[in-house]
Design a protein around this ligand. Structure first.
Ligand code: SAM
Ligand code: F3S
Length: 453
């Protein structure tokens, strides 16, 4: 039997999809070469914005046709939209065979047994009820070959923050932290499979705690795993950027010069209404502290963030504070979103969202500002030599692509008569900089082995 996984949304979903693939391998199933080749399709969904859900409804509509083309095909919906919709999902789309929430991943095999026994329309959205320390983690036991980057390692499930716009806490539940030995085992497994870089993930990853250990301690421990060349983490919440974490950023050589630190708005009034529990100035101070602490590392620290426009009650003046924040924080890049009202969230009681055309116009102005700052920061890298980890090779075009330590996308021609492989580290001299990528030439021969080696 062949399976196909369609993954939408954040890093957590990417990780969950890998875990589900692993469980399917254990059942003797194998990945389908194409959708048409598949007997089972799992759609791993996102519910963070309404647009994400709308898109997935469209995909499910198309999968009805896929199902009808061959009897016996199985369609499952997993992830945040599965959790959010539950029974309502099979009522609206009665051709969906199973609906499974993010806490139920380890029960996927049981559900498939039930489907095999002829049951349909199964819904399992029971939140995990075990104490956090007994939380179930299904770590992938194997890893895709050749290595595929970024490679995530989940260290935290759920979110304890109560941002008034966000549906994540209600669909992913409270924070649960993965025991350090489990995290280390997974990182060691990945190293054995040839991986050299991992990214620790959680919704508020830096709120991690396990016994007496905080997130900084986890970083020190992971960094000791022999063979690991680069370490990253995401997503951080400003409230949990502790002095210990700032020191860890400075002290751990393999910890990369990059942090994703959502700000959401530059206006203190809006931040209060979002219940972000920090003020704009505190955010800027944290960024300054992180930049100072990492000043001696190979690359300038790259800071990225998430920003929302059109939050209920956001005035033009509030929005101006967000525009000013782009200059002040000097973000290398930002994910910018138009506020989307989500069911069950507190922001629904904060009044009407800003009219769509106004929010859209703000989004465009914000994107222009972010792009200008990002381009200027990238231009400062012209003439420098950056270490990259190759994550894509296009032999036909003779081009390789990789990420620098600060997560910059770098393209370079593969030197004449040589070949490159995903997962190699090397150095590239930068001679071109745009908003979202850099280009250069390979200056370190090790990067590309001679053809025929
Ligand atoms: N800590 C999370 C992470 O790992 O990225 C953040 C959760 S959410 C998946 C990612 C981003 O989506 C948030 O930082 C926020 O900017 C945006 N977001 C969440 N809810 C939203 C909403 N209702 N409307 C618009 N954007 C939203
Ligand atoms: Fe959502 Fe805020 Fe948590 S954005 S995931 S409630 S930190």
């Amino acid at each position: 039997m062949k399976f196909h996984l369609l993954t939408y949304g954040c890093q957590m979903n990417v990780y969950d999809s890998d875990s589900m693939a692993d469980l399917l391998f254990e059942r003797g199933m194998s990945p389908a070469a194409s959708l048409e080749d598949a007997d089972l399709v799992l759609v791993n969904t996102c519910a963070v914005r309404e647009s994400a859900q709308d898109r997935i409804w469209g995909v499910l509509g198309n999968l009805l046709t896929w199902k009808k083309r061959r009897p016996g095909r199985i369609l499952g919906v997993t992830g945040c939209m599965a959790q959010n919709e539950g029974q309502a999902l099979v009522e609206r789309a009665d051709y969906v065979d199973l609906v499974l929430g993010p806490d139920g991943i380890t029960r996927l095999p049981e559900l498939l047994d039930e489907v095999a026994a002829g049951r349909r329309g199964l819904v399992d959205v029971t939140p995990e009820s075990t104490p956090p320390e007994d939380s179930l983690w299904h770590a992938p036991l194997a890893a895709p070959q050749p290595p595929r980057y970024p490679r995530f390692v989940s260290v935290q499930k759920g979110c304890n923050e109560k941002c008034t716009f966000c549906i994540v806490p209600s669909v992913r539940g409270f924070e649960r932290y993965r025991p350090i030995p489990h995290v280390l085992d997974e990182v060691k497994m990945l190293i054995e499979h040839g991986y050299r870089e991992v990214t620790l993930i959680g919704q508020t990853v830096n709120a991690y705690q396990y016994g007496d250990a905080d997130f900084a301690e986890l970083l020190y421990r992971v960094a000791e795993v022999p063979g690991l060349a680069r370490l990253r983490f995401t997503t951080s919440h400003p409230r949990w950027i502790t002095p210990r974490l700032v020191s860890a950023m400075a002290e751990i050589p393999i910890l990369c010069e990059q942090i994703h630190l959502p700000m959401q708005s530059g206006s203190d009034r809006v931040l209060r209404r979002m219940k972000r529990r920090y003020q704009a100035e505190e955010y800027f101070q944290l960024v300054d502290a992180l930049r100072r602490a990492t000043a001696d590392k190979p690359e300038p620290l790259a800071v990225s963030c998430d920003l929302i426009v059109g939050f209920p009650g956001e005035t033009e003046e509030d929005f101006q504070r967000t525009l000013e924040a782009v200059e002040r924080a000097q973000w290398d890049s930002a994910f910018t979103f138009m506020y989307s009202p989500r069911p069950g969230t507190a922001a629904l009681r904060l009044g009407e969202p800003v009219p769509r055309p106004v929010a859209h116009e703000r989004l465009l102005r914000l994107n222009d500002r972010v792009k200008a700052v990002g381009t200027a920061l990238n231009r400062q890298l012209l003439g420098r030599t950056l270490e990259i980890l190759v994550d894509d090779v296009n032999e036909e075009k003779g081009v390789l692509c990789g990420r620098s330590r600060s997560m910059k996308t770098v393209h370079a021609p593969i030197p004449e008569g040589r070949r490159a492989a995903v997962g190699e580290l090397g150095e590239v001299a930068i001679d071109f900089a745009a908003a979202h990528h850099l280009k250069g030439r390979v200056v370190q021969a090790e990067l590309c082995a001679a053809r025929g080696d």
